[in-house]
Design a binder for this molecule. Sequence first.
Ligand code: HXC
Length: 284
Amino acid sequence: MEKSIFNPELLSGKVAFITGGSNGGMLQDIAKIFLLHSAKGVVLVARKKEKLQKVVDQLTPFAAKGSECIGLTADVRDTESVHEAVSQTLEKFGTIDILVNGAAGNFLCPADMLSLKGFKTVLDIDSGGTFNASKEVFSQAFKQQRSGVIINITANLHYGGTPMMIHAGSAKAAVDATTKHLAVEWGPYGVRVMGLCPGFIDGTEGMARLSDMDSIGDKKKAAQSREKGVKTDDAMTDLVPLGRLGSGEDIAKGALYLASDASSYLTGSILMVDGGATLTCPNF
Ligand code: HXC
C-alpha cells in the first residue's frame, strides 16, 4: 500500500488484538494497514511462536513512529491462554480498542467423510475462538472502557450450503450469529460488533486450502500439497463481477473502515468485501 486514501492518523492511540495471522495473508494485511494508520499497538495472537515471529518481523518496518507490533502465543480454543494474552496486552499497552477475530481452520471434506472430531475442531477454532476472545477482551477491557470494536472475519459458505464445507460453513454461521448477539448485548456499552466477509482473496491460506481438489478429505495429502504451494484457481476470476480476485489490501481497507470512527453507526452488520462474488457465484 503506497499511498493511503485514509487519514494516516486514523487509528492514532488505538491498540488492536488480532487472532490468527501467523500464516500471513489477509490478517497480516489488516495488521499492516492498522500500523500504517498509526495504531499504537498491534498484537498478533497465534499458536506457533516461530511462524508468528516471522510475521511480526515482516510487519515491524510498517509501524508508524511510536507504534509497535508484537506477537503472543495462544490457542483461541484454550480459554486460559486467551485470558493470558489479553492480560499481557493490557499490561503492555494499557488498552485494547479493536479485536479482530481471524483465527480459523479449514480444509475440503465431503460431509460423509468428515469425522465428528474434524467437524468439532473447526467449530472450536472459528466459533469457540471468536467467543473466547470476544468474552475476554470485553470482560478485561471493553466493559470498563465502555467502548471497543469487534470485527469477526466470516465467510459466505453457509449462504448457499457450499459442498465439502459443512464444518467451516456451520462454524461461520455461528460466527455470524455471535456478531448479532454481541452487537445487541454490548451495544449499550458502546461496543460495536461487525462481520467482515471476504470473497476469493488471492494468495491466502484459505484459497490454497480450498483450491486443492486433490486433497479432499485427506489430511496428509492436504499438508503435502500445501508445502508444495498449491496454486489458486484462475477460473474463479471470471465469476466475480468486478473481474478479479480480491487482494489482502482490499480486505484490510474494509477492516480499517470498520475499526475506525468512519463506521461509527454500524453494528451487527456484515460487510461483504467480495467484488460481488456472493451475488453471482454458483454453489460449486
Ligand atoms: C479430513 C481432516 C483434514 C482433512 C484434519 N482433519 N484435516 N479431515 N480432511 N484435510 C480431521 C482430522 O483427521 C481429525 O479428526 C480432526 O480433523 C482434527 O485434526 P487435527 O490435525 O488433530 O487438528 P488440529 O491440529 O487442531 O488442526 C486444526 C486444522 C488444521 C483445522 C485441522 O488444518 C489447522 O490448524 N488449520 C489452521 C489454519 C487454517 O486452516 N487456515 C485456513 C483458514 S481459511 P480424526 O477424527 O481423524 O482424529 C478459512 C477461510 C474460509 O477459514 C472461507 C473461505 C471462502
